[in-house]
Design a protein around this ligand. Structure first.
Ligand SMILES: Nc1ncnc2c1ncn2[C@@H]1O[C@H](COP(=O)(O)OP(=O)(O)O)[C@@H](O)[C@H]1O
Ligand SMILES: [Mg+2]
Length: 414
C-alpha cells in the first residue's frame, strides 16, 4: 500500500452513553495510524436512537473538537455507526441469467444477482440498511467469492440483508449534520466493532461478535468469511446499574460508580478475603455511608449477566452456526470483571475481549486499547480501507458501487 498523506479517516461512534471520535491515517506498513481521539458524555439517545438532536449534536461537537485538537486536523466528515434495537438480518438468495458475450460474469451481473436477492417485503417505514454478500453459486458450483470474470450461465447470490426503520438513520444523520459534519457513510455498530477486532481467520472459521453497550447489545455471527446472522437485544450495561441502584437504594450515579470500581459478575473470580471486603456506599436520603461486601454486590450483578448472555447464546445456538473461533466481546458493558469467564461458560466456547487487532492499528492505538473503543476505531479503519481502495482504483464510479457492497466481505475485495 502506498503511503498517502491526503487520506484521513474519521470514525464517529455516537453511543447512548458516550460519543467517541477516532482519526486515522494510512502508514507505510499498511496499518492505520491513529492520530486523534476524542470522547464526550452522551445525551439525547435512548437505546441507540436519537431522541434529542440538539443534545446529541452538542456531544458530537465536544468529542470531535477534542479529536481535532489532538490531531491538528479540521474534521469535516466521518463514517458514523448505526445502532438501535430494531435491526435484524435475513439470509436471502437471488438468481440471474448471465447475459454477456461468452457468458463471462460482469460486475453488472453480480449487482443484478445481489439486487434480485434484495427483493423483499419491508414493514412500512423500514429500509434495507446493508447488503452483505456471503457467496455466489455459478451453475451449481457453490462457495465462490469472486464471481467477476468467471464463466457460467446461471449466477446465484447468497446475501445477508440487514433491515431496520429509516427514521433512526435519518435522525442520526440530521444530528451529525447539525454538529457541522457530513456523513461519509453509516455502518452497523457490530460490523464496525468487527472491522477492527476480528482477524480474517475469525470470520472464516466462524465467531460470534457481541457488542454490549449501555442500553442495547448486538450480536453478529460470522462464518465462511461473511456475516451469517444479525440480532439486537434491548439490554446492556445500564441494566446492571439500575439493579444496583434498586438493590442498594443508591442513586444511578452512585450505582454506576460502584459498578465501575468494584463490580464483578463472577463470584468465582474472588477469593474469600475479597468477597468479605467492604465498600462504602451512600444510600439515597442518608447523610452517612454504610458498608457493603463485594460478595453482595456480585450477588446482584451475576444473575443479570448470566440472563443477558443466555439470551444471546440462545439466539446464536438457534442459527446452528459453527463458531470455532469463539465469542468476542466488545462495548463498555463487556468490561465488567468476570464477563468473559461467564460468557465462556454460557456459550460453551472460547471467549475473549475484542481488543484492536495489532496488525491493523498503529500510532495512538495504545490509548484506545479497550473494547469500548472498538466501534470508533473500526469505523475509522473502514473509512480508510474504502478510501485507499478508491484511490487505488482511480475513483471509477461503477466498480466503486460494487466495492461498497463488498465492504467487510473478504480481504481479497479490500
Ligand atoms: N469497567 C466497567 N465495568 C462495568 N461496566 C462498564 C465498565 N466500563 C463501562 N461500563 C459500562 O458500559 C456501558 C457503556 O458502554 P459503551 O460501549 O460505551 O455504550 P454505548 O455505545 O451504548 O454508549 C455503560 O453501561 C457503562 O456503565
Ligand atoms: Mg456503542
Amino acid at each position: 500500500m502506498a503511503m498517502n498523506r491526503e487520506i484521513h479517516a474519521i470514525g464517529l461512534d455516537v453511543g447512548t452513553s458516550k460519543v467517541r471520535c477516532v482519526v486515522g491515517e494510512p502508514s507505510d506498513n499498511g496499518k492505520m495510524n491513529i492520530v486523534g481521539i476524542g470522547e464526550a458524555d452522551s445525551r439525547g439517545l435512548r437505546r441507540g436512537i436519537v431522541t434529542g438532536a440538539e443534545a446529541v449534536s452538542e456531544a458530537i461537537k465536544r468529542a470531535v473538537g477534542e479529536a481535532e485538537r489532538v490531531s491538528g486536523l479540521d474534521i469535516q466528515s466521518a463514517v458514523v455507526n448505526l445502532s438501535g434495537e430494531h435491526f435484524r438480518g435475513e439470509n436471502k438468495n437471488g438468481v440471474v441469467a448471465v447475459a454477456g458475450a461468452g457468458r463471462e460474469i460482469s460486475e453488472e451481473d453480480v449487482e443484478r444477482a445481489i439486487e434480485s436477492a434484495s427483493a423483499m417485503q419491508l414493514p412500512s417505514g423500514w429500509e434495507i440498511i446493508n447488503r452483505l454478500p456471503q457467496e455466489f453459486i455459478i451453475d451449481g458450483q457453490d462457495g465462490i467469492t469472486e464471481p467477476v470474470g468467471m464463466s457460467g450461465a446461471r449466477l446465484e447470490s447468497l446475501v445477508h440483508i440487514v433491515i431496520g426503520p429509516s427514521a433512526g438513520r435519518q435522525n442520526l444523520q440530521k444530528a451529525v449534520r447539525r454538529a457541522g459534519l457530513e456523513v461519509e457513510r453509516m455502518m452497523l455498530e457490530p460490523l464496525a466493532a468487527a472491522e477492527g477486532t476480528l482477524t480474517d481467520d475469525d470470520k472464516e472459521y466462524g465467531c460470534a461478535l457481541v457488542n454490549i453497550g449501555a442500553e442495547i447489545t448486538s450480536l453478529m455471527i460470522f462464518g465462511r468469511g461473511a456475516v451469517q446472522h444479525t440480532a439486537v437485544f434491548p439490554f446492556g450495561g445500564m441494566h446492571f446499574t439500575k439493579d444496583i441502584a434498586v438493590g442498594l437504594r443508591v442513586s444511578i450515579q452512585e450505582a454506576n460508580k460502584i459498578k465501575h470500581h468494584y463490580g464483578c459478575v463472577g463470584s468465582f473470580m474472588m477469593d474469600d478475603n475479597e468477597k468479605q471486603e467492604m465498600i462504602e456506599i451512600m444510600p439515597v436520603g442518608r447523610s452517612e455511608t454504610r458498608g457493603l461486601s463485594k460478595e453482595i454486590l456480585c450477588d446482584i450483578m451475576q444473575p443479570r449477566a448470566i440472563e443477558l448472555l443466555q439470551h444471546i447464546a440462545q439466539e446464536a445456538a438457534g442459527t446452528h452456526a459453527q463458531i470455532s473461533s469463539g465469542v468476542i466481546l466488545t462495548g463498555g458493558g463487556s468490561m465488567a470483571k468476570g464477563m468473559v469467564e461467564i460468557a465462556e461458560q454460557v456459550f460453551d466456547a472460547p471467549t475473549r475481549l475484542g481488543y484492536l487487532e495489532p496488525a491493523y492499528f498503529g500510532g495512538l492505538a495504545e490509548q484506545v486499547q479497550s473494547p469500548e473503543w472498538a466501534v470508533a476505531c473500526g469505523l475509522a479503519l473502514s473509512s480508510m480501507r474504502t478510501q485507499v481502495r478508491e484511490w487505488n482504483m482511480g475513483g471509477k464510479s461503477h466498480s466503486r458501487k460494487v466495492a461498497e457492497w463488498f465492504e467487510n466481505f473478504r480481504d481479497k475485495f479490500r
